[in-house]
Design a protein around this ligand. Structure first.
Ligand code: PEP
Ligand code: MG
Length: 579
């Protein structure tokens, strides 16, 4: 039995057999095979070479501009490697002599060559190491492709164990069979974690070297409440966890009873609870959990798990389906937030060096106007179906907002010309998720109807801490005094400008942060649907005066640790079951 500690990102307990999925940048662990399997592995390696070469030849076709010809030359170098007999022999010999898998032989051999290249003083040669890694990735994709399909055709319950999970992969998991998720990498607000929470699959990330301790088929317990994963638990541990899982489900059922009750504090202040969704069918879950509308529809998920861009009809279908659940309640549709960890990198020939600071989100839309207009067209058509609002993500300055609004006006003009009806007074808002937007909130407020504070990105950009990097996860906190200053500024500026404000980052799904948010003046929050009942319970247990006192105490504190532990204690007194 081995116990690993990571970060709990999606609540719940799962006990299941593990299914390991390997990702592209992952060092393939050495797995031994029996003598009878050697021939099969050698065949797999040969086919991988053949298919990878075929893929490259296809990619080479039709590259005619000067830039494209440069790419063609690079592919030619890669092809020469793939056709190199001595390389193939080295790999098949390794499988034969050491009884290892094709993946392991490919990865070890190519990495060995790459490291020789890196040691050569000549810059031209040492830079070729990147090409070798590229070839390794291409071959591994061929070899692991089959296993990825296994995940799509599951027939029994499993716990997925991976080096790193991408949002796309996670969104594709079948909830019926995938009972838990555990990953070496990741942080609380990485998009894969957000998706796990939305799907209601217990998950723990930042386990560092878990994949080295688990073999496929081992029993693992994933404790998404305490951030613990237990590999090959003994019988007594399994018994205790089965009991704990039962109690947790009972707690969840007991919270369902408050579904019909309003989110109102003990002294009568009404709080609006909205849901964050990634897919239209989650709107129904928000409703079931007692949510009163959609505060954040992450529409970029329409682009994931597919090769081509969605059509306007597909956008419209998704929005009308969502609005049909909340016809007279707000549905805030965020325009696509592609880039960073979502979608665009894998489509690029050369990934961006700093994708979170790169062509992401509204910046990507403003450079891909046809795509942006297609989405806005669909949103505007859906605007007459209910109380639809449109929201732009990652605004960093006024000019960007003006450009986005100008495109929206263009789309409205097109609709007028086509005599299509839409809501001319649609509410337009922006996410405040960059420090620059927070600092300029009073200016930005003049040109829009509402702010939505995206604490996930705001925290990452304010503290210069990658939200998905487990190596710096202890530095990532939305209650760092610097982040709280920014959040307070935005709330105060929204109140002064008399515009609506909500908080939609994961902070709003954290029980211990709710009193703080209410005390700072927040009255609408949008959160992960499974967390709505628990958060409502907290709201119904406090007075605004309690919350104001919490904020007064916190304003005198300069350390994140002090603030965190103070908030945890304050919430524990109100809802001990949450801990
Ligand atoms: C945020 O950044 O807080 C947010 C809600 O947006 P996302 O998590 O989709 O980046
Ligand atoms: Mg964001």
């Amino acid at each position: 039995m081995e116990i690993k500690k990571g970060i709990a990102v999606s609540p719940g307990i799962s006990i299941a057999k593990s299914l390991i999925i390997d990702s592209e940048d992952y060092r393939i662990p050495r797995r031994s095979i029996g003598p009878s399997q050697r021939m099969k592995e050698i065949q797999r390696a040969r086919s991988a070479f053949k298919n990878a070469a075929g893929e490259l030849t296809e990619l080479q076709a039709g590259q005619e501009t000067i830039e494209q010809r440069k790419i063609k030359d690079i592919f030619a170098v890669h092809l020469r490697f793939l056709h190199d007999r001595s390389l193939r022999k080295k790999i098949t010999d390794l499988i034969h002599l050491e009884s290892v898998t094709a993946e392991y032989a490919v990865s070890t051999t190519l990495r060995e060559i790459a490291s020789h290249f890196t040691r050569v003083k000549d810059a031209y040669i040492s830079e070729r190491a990147a090409d070798i890694y590229d070839i390794e990735k291409r071959l591994l994709r061929q070899l692991l492709g089959g296993k990825r399909e296994d995940v799509e055709h599951l027939t029994e319950e499993v716990a997925i164990v991976a080096r790193e999970l991408s949002p796309t992969q996670t969104a594709g998991f079948n909830k019926e069979f995938v009972k838990g998720l555990a990953a070496d990498a990741g942080g609380r607000t990485s998009h894969a974690a957000i998706v796990a929470r939305s799907l209601g699959i217990p998950a723990v990330v930042a386990l560092e070297d878990l994949t080295e301790s688990v073999s496929g088929g081992d029993t693992v317990i994933i404790d998404g409440n305490r951030g613990i994963v237990i590999v090959n638990p003994d019988a007594e541990t399994v018994r205790q966890y089965e009991k704990y899982a039962k109690e947790f489900i009972e707690l969840e059922h007991s919270l369902e009873r408050i579904r019909e009750k309003p989110a109102v504090t003990r002294d009568g202040t009404r709080i609006t609870l909205l849901g964050n969704i990634e897919f239209p069918d989650e709107a129904e879950i928000v409703l079931q959990k007692g949510g009163e509308g959609i505060g954040l529809y992450r529409t970029e998920f329409l682009y994931l798990n597919r090769e081509s861009e969605p059509t306007e009809a597909e956008h419209y279908q998704a929005y009308s389906e969502t609005v049909s659940v909340f016809r007279h309640r707000p549905v805030i549709i965020r325009t696509v937030d592609l880039g960073a960890d979502k979608y665009t990198q894998s489509k690029r020939f050369a990934p961006e060096p700093n994708p979170f600071l790169g062509l992401r989100s509204i910046r990507f839309c403003l450079q891909n106007l046809t795509m942006f207009k297609t989405q806005l067209h669909a949103i505007m058509r859906a605007s007459v179906l209910g109380e639809v609002k449109v929201m732009f993500p990652l605004i960093t300055n006024l000019q960007e907002l003006m450009q986005a609004k100008m495109i929206l006006r263009d789309v409205m003009d097109d609709l007028d010309e086509e005599s299509i009806t839409y809501n001319k007074n649609i509410a337009v808002g922006i996410m405040i998720e960059t420090p620059s937007a927070a600092l300029m909130a009073s200016t930005l407020a003049r040109d829009i109807d509402f702010f939505s504070i995206g604490t996930n990105d705001l925290t990452q950009y304010a503290l210069a801490v990658d939200r998905g990097n487990e190596l710096v996860s202890t530095l990532y906190s939305s209650v760092d005094p610097a982040v709280l200053r920014l959040i307070r500024t935005v709330i105060q500026d929204a109140h002064k400008a008399q515009i609506d404000l909500n908080v939609c980052g994961e902070m709003a799904s954290e029980p211990e942060y709710i009193m703080l948010l209410l005390g700072m003046g927040v009255r609408t929050i949008s959160l992960a649907p499974p967390m709505i009942p628990e958060i409502k319970q907290i709201i119904r247990s406090v007075t605004i005066e309690d919350c104001n006192n919490v904020v007064r105490r916190i304003l005198g504190m300069n350390s994140e640790r002090q603030i965190s532990s103070f908030l945890r204690d304050a919430t524990r007194k109100i809802l001990p079951e949450a801990f």
